[in-house]
Design a protein around this ligand. Structure first.
Ligand code: FAD
Ligand code: DHB
Length: 390
């Protein structure tokens, strides 16, 4: 089988890319190793920046998002007995974010591609890529127990942090920059209306906590926990008691409800450069990981593939390779900004076991500064609401 663009991975990056290419009339095949049911229920991110919403609209994939997504105009920071609201539109010239789960973005994109006769190939696991530096790369994969090969003009690795695409680039042609954090998140989903109208990011002597949501009926909450934590050591009452302690604020009460999901997420920052090797391109988590504190992972994936779709379409329609040649540099500027912001939010709000009381005082001073200085709160708001896609 031959296609113009082989896309590896059916997460948000691969699905949005194949949708954008398909709508532009570009022949493309998406290979995803998991089943449709698995990718549609994999619980991950929940916040979409304005530019991600715009990218989904451009792909004609925002109809349900526009109907059901909750528009949020602010976030709250809590620390040291203080609370401060960051008003996004007034500090960013009108930018807002949406609460709309990654599971729903994935479901919408899969359904649209199926309806358009461009269904992703599920349970098709890519084993290797050959010839990325030639003119006709081959993608080797296994489907229903059979070994198959797909040849293509271009191949895009949207296969996440543990994917195979990045490993197809010779080590001498690639550099990875990485930081691992000395803590993880315990994430829980609970059938209880959120106790707040907007997200709350809390710094506390007991560690970080985040109150998010999936809808007006479902809350999503996160607690900083030590690396290696077993969710089984966190029965529901312990989760709620710890959340109560970390969010404590006079006059505020956290509503409890049945917890329906519980998992531990390690935290890492990582960037692989460049995002291109010959005819192989990397996008989304296959190329970079952010710690989740700034809610940037999914948004970066969407911006990478928006830039890449434009570049591939231009190359295929006009023969001009200028945007493809610039792809890696164009995306890396935005990636490093998001890496810096995510790392800043993470280290400002979490307790490093080695930070000592001095480190805690520095964090409190930083958070006071954000609340008291319009310049500092504007900088946070601009980064949180997200930059435009270049
Ligand atoms: P992915 O969503 O990882 O998709 C990659 C796809 O490639 C997967 O479907 C995988 O099955 C497939 N694949 C892998 N290898 C192969 C292969 N060999 N052959 C075929 N297919 C393959 N971000 C936030 O902003 N907030 C959060 O709360 C948050 N929580 C997260 C929790 C977890 C557990 C993880 C892992 C990530 C979280 N993120 C969060 C990050 C965010 O979800 C990602 O940035 C986003 O999913 C990136 O999309 P992607 O399409 O690049 O990669
Ligand atoms: C969610 C995750 C984040 O990392 C974040 O900063 C905000 C919200 C979420 O899963 O809802």
């Amino acid at each position: 089988m031959h296609t113009t663009v082989a896309v590896i991975g059916g997460g948000p990056a691969g699905l949005l890319l194949s949708r954008l290419l398909h709508r532009a009339g570009v022949d493309c095949v998406l290979l995803e190793r998991r089943s449709r049911a698995y990718v549609e229920q994999r619980q991950r991110a929940g916040i979409l920046e304005q530019s991600t919403v715009d990218a989904l609209r451009e792909a004609d994939a925002a109809e349900r998002l526009d109907r059901e997504g909750l528009v949020h105009e602010g976030i709250e920071l809590r620390w040291n007995g203080r609370a401060h609201r960051i008003d996004l539109p007034s500090l960013t010239d009108g930018r807002r974010v949406r609460v709309y789960a990654q599971t729903e973005v994935v479901k919408d994109l899969v359904a649209l591609q199926l309806a358009d006769g461009a269904a992703p190939h599920f349970e098709a696991e890519v084993r290797g890529i050959e010839g990325a530096d030639g003119t006709r790369p081959s993608v080797h994969y296994t489907h229903q127990g059979q070994e198959k090969t797909l040849t293509c003009d271009y191949v895009v690795g949207c296969d996440g942090y543990h994917g195979v695409a990045r490993t197809a680039v010779p080590r001498s042609a690639q550099r990875t920059f990485e930081r691992v954090y000395p803590y993880s998140w315990l994430g829980v989903t609970a059938d209880v209306p959120p106790s707040c109208d907007e997200l709350v990011y809390a710094h506390s002597p007991h560690g970080f906590a985040l109150h998010s949501m999936r809808s007006r009926e479902v809350s999503r909450l996160y607690l900083q926990v030590p690396n290696g934590t077993d969710p089984a050591d966190w029965p529901d009452d312990r989760v709620w008691d710890e959340l109560d302690t970390r969010f404590a604020l006079d006059g505020w009460k956290l509503a409890r409800g049945p917890i329906t999901a519980k998992s531990v997420l390690p935290m890492r920052s990582s960037v692989t450069e460049p995002l291109r090797h010959g005819r192989l391109f990397l996008a989304g988590d296959a190329a970079h990981i952010v710690p989740p504190t700034g809610a940037k992972g999914l948004n970066l994936a969407a911006s990478d593939v928006t830039v890449l779709a434009r570049a591939l379409i231009r190359r295929l329609r006009t023969g001009n390779t200028d945007l493809l040649d610039a792809y890696s540099d164009t995306c890396l500027r935005r990636v490093w900004r998001a890496e810096h912001f995510s790392s800043f939010m993470t280290t400002a709000l979490h307790t490093d076991p080695d930070q000592g009381e001095f480190g805690t005082r520095l964090q409190i001073s930083q958070l006071d500064r954000i609340a008291d200085s319009p310049h500092a709160s504007t900088e946070l708001a601009l980064n949180y609401a997200g930059l435009s896609i270049p």
